[in-house]
Ligand binder design. Structure first.
Ligand code: GAL
Length: 440
């Protein structure tokens, strides 16, 4: 073997070694992408009537993604009163959960999209076909500059008047809530009878439920167009004007028929329970209450629709669907982005939504769910969603940014303490609108 041949052989070996090493090189430097093994999902679905739907969707998730552990980071407290504060603290500390519950509308846009806390989901919407089935009303409420930023899982109705038929008939109320409460005065006439019979007319719970009541009394007084006009920039309904004054007068009257211990109640459930227990005739609450009334024990009360409880829309709101929608987001800098996409894929899916919504009392945020899986109540709601005039909820994040709705909530709490101060209350509402920048 000549030395020339040897050195040529060595040279070839060297070349091969360099090629092999350079092929391996990048892989050695970049860690091999491993699939996340968990996803932490943050919501406020803990209590009775809240947890069942989430559990059903998690079951679907576990079947479809057995390698990913679902970590339930739910924080108790209806309407997210505690949860949102906890979430804000976590976000400020750079400790974002992998996904969290956010209401479609101003809550998502002002709190999470504008400050860049969440990522656009165009790819997920396209790859799952969610963009084809999401109701058109919802798209602008989760979008900025044409990009969607959250996955809506449901549509809830805020303006539901739940009632106890036995209490009504025992008090001699002959008016039918489904057809005869065209105005607030029609409703107040029934309240007089109920009061005379020694019962509470309208049960009310923890402070946030007063904001929920306020929005529905205001809509019942001024109607859909003027309600919408309170939230346009600039508002076409004058916050200092006679329409809002009339809504405030009706709100004061409605409060006069509520239980005096409302502000000490822990949440919405005790107030809804007062009604089904026969201590109160009516309760105005979103249709998550349906899950609480009808779901099996221990989370539900396993009650019979039309017998133990019944429903109509809030007085004065026939033909109006006051809505809200829960959605989930993909944080910027998520700890487990691929598992978050898995979660959002289930949240967007037909199977996920068909498991979740029948137990949650909501309807799907998809146009193709099988209605046979839903209760009579939800089937009614689904029909109304497509045929009624749809307006957005204040308490549940649709029409106002959180800072504005918090100021309105503070004004409502003060007013609850002394309902004779109607002018002060209206002035506080005007100030809140100005502070938001919507009113001049
Ligand atoms: C709403 C939420 C509903 C329900 C309700 C009571 O804000 O959108 O899903 O959980 O609060 O907690």
């Amino acid at each position: 073997m000549s030395s020339k041949k040897v050195s040529w052989g060595l040279f070839s070996l060297l070349i091969v070694a360099i090629l092999v090493l350079s092929a391996c090189g990048p892989a050695a430097k970049t860690p091999v992408a491993t699939k996340s093994t968990e996803v932490e999902v943050f919501s406020w679905w803990v209590g009775p009537g809240e947890a069942d739907g989430l559990a059903a969707m998690v079951k679907i998730f576990n079947t479809e993604y057995p390698g990913v552990k679902f970590v339930n980071a739910a924080v108790t407290g209806g309407a997210g009163t505690n949860a949102k504060a906890v979430l804000a603290t976590r976000l400020a500390a750079n400790d974002a959960p992998d996904s969290w519950q956010a209401h479609a509308g101003q809550e998502t846009i002002a709190t999470y999209v504008t400050p860049g806390q969440v990522k656009p989901l165009d790819d997920l919407f396209a790859s799952t076909g969610f963009d084809k089935v999401l109701p058109k009303t919802l798209l602008p409420l989760i979008s900025q500059n044409g990009h969607p930023y959250s996955v809506p899982v449901n549509i809830h109705r805020s303006n539901v008047l739940w009632y106890n038929p036995k209490v009504l008939s025992a008090a001699g109320v002959t008016a039918n809530p489904k057809t005869d409460f065209k105005t607030l005065d029609d409703f107040f006439a029934a309240c007089e009878k109920i009061k005379a019979a020694g019962k509470i007319c309208l049960s009310l719970g923890a402070p946030w439920t007063a904001i929920h009541l306020f929005e529905n009394i205001m809509i019942g007084t001024i109607g859909a167009d003027k309600w919408n006009g309170m939230w346009t920039t600039p508002p076409t309904t004058d916050w200092a004007g006679a329409d809002v004054t009339a809504g405030i007068a009706n709100f004061a009257k409605a409060l006069s028929y509520t239980n005096s211990d409302a502000s000490t109640m822990s949440d919405w459930q005790p107030a809804s329970k007062m009604m089904v227990d026969g201590d109160a005739a009516f309760n105005i609450m979103g249709d998550w209450a349906y899950g609480y009334f009808a779901n099996p024990a221990p989370n539900g009360l396993a009650l019979k629709p039309h017998v133990d409880f019944d429903w109509a829309v809030a007085p004065g709101t026939y033909g109006i669907f006051n809505f809200l929608s829960d959605s989930f987001v993909l944080p910027t800098g998520a700890k487990h982005p691929d598992a978050t996409i898995d979660w959002l894929t289930v949240a967007a899916s037909k199977a996920g939504q068909e498991a979740f919504n029948p137990l949650k009392g909501s309807i799907c945020a998809r146009t193709d769910c099988n209605q046979a899986l839903f209760s009579e109540y939800s089937q009614d709601a689904a029909k109304d969603w497509t045929s009624n005039v749809v307006v957005g909820s204040l308490m549940h994040g649709v029409v106002a940014a959180p800072a504005w709705s918090t100021s309105i909530g503070t004004a409502i709490s003060l007013f609850q303490a002394d309902t004779s101060k109607t002018a002060d209350f209206q002035a506080a509402l005007v100030a809140a609108c100005k502070a938001d920048g919507t009113c001049k």
